[in-house]
Design a protein around this ligand. Sequence first.
Ligand SMILES: O=C(O)CCC(=O)C(=O)O
Length: 375
Amino acid sequence: MAPSMVAAAADGKGFNGVEHNFAHLLKGVKYLSGSGISKVPEKYILPAQERPMRREAEPDPLKLIALPLLDFSELQGPNNDAALKSLSDACQDYGFFQLVNHGIPEEVTKGIVEVSKEFFEMPFEERSKYMSSDMYSPVRYGTSFNQSKDKVFCWRDFLKLTCQPMEEVLPHWPSSPPHMRRELAASYAKAAKNLSIALTGAIFRGLEIDQVEEHGAMIEEFKAGSQLMVMNCYPQCPQPDLTLGMPPHSDYGFLTLLLQDQVEGLQIQHRDEWVMVQPVPNALVINVGDHLEIFSNGRYKSVLHRVLANSTQHRVSVASIHTLSSNRTIRPSPSLVDDANPPRYKDTDFASFLDYVSSREPKNKDFLESRKVTR
Ligand SMILES: O=C(O)CCC(=O)C(=O)O
């Protein structure tokens, strides 16, 4: 019997039973999965109508979608009208696309996925040094979506690293695995930041607002803007039909760049159906966040997405979420607003998002909904 199982048995909470004490659950799903459970604890069981799997009325929930595949070199090159049009169409119709030839070296993308796996493989005592309920902490290790608010836990552990200003936050990042801090996480974070700025420039060109002085200045602001890197760990789950790796949510920022290993799990909502994103080797999954939906006055969509748990394969992903600095107000671009298209969203900022999510259980796109103008 593994030592963790002995400990569990000793305190009377059988790991094959359904009940577990809350302190065990806060150790996270990597710990639970490693303890050899054969059933998910009750805290992870979603109400029947929120479960991911095969309800009679639902079409095949494992339907794969080939997201629009964009080539970054074409977006950057001359005569890029067709590429910019594809970018704009993808942001309107899917809110998601995959990006190839993005220029981040493969050793960096593979390295950050590997180092994330190594982090979650470390003993719980080592990982737990970074546990914090402070949303403003530059490093936060935890489990579920928001472990202090979630009524039902999801099957995910995470490490969140604030990336700006890099010189200030870097000393707080985990010092193990030994090469995590500088060599990989920092070089991936910098590369993702540069790519997000270049993509934002392409998005402004696609929206035909790049010549507006204010937007040129915004691109400069993005350089010192906010960046959060989230390493997600979804270990094998004994009953994946009863729970989710991540519940349906949208991302708060302008753009999210997601690196996933080749294990399927990410689903997006497209035309009222959940569809599985097919991993493409060496591609990044990019999605429109709430701030870009607001900035584009609703033209581009911040789309609901979720992650399925699975019983056979461990999955790891690394999301890098980019937006303007936390005290910056986000509002519909004045260039996209006129009498026919009045502002559809209220002004917002990152701090109000954090206040919102720390005061309640986040659900679906409820923060974005709260920012909509009702007429
Ligand atoms: O793991 C994934 O594929 C998605 C992660 C995600 O949605 C997030 O970190 O917000």
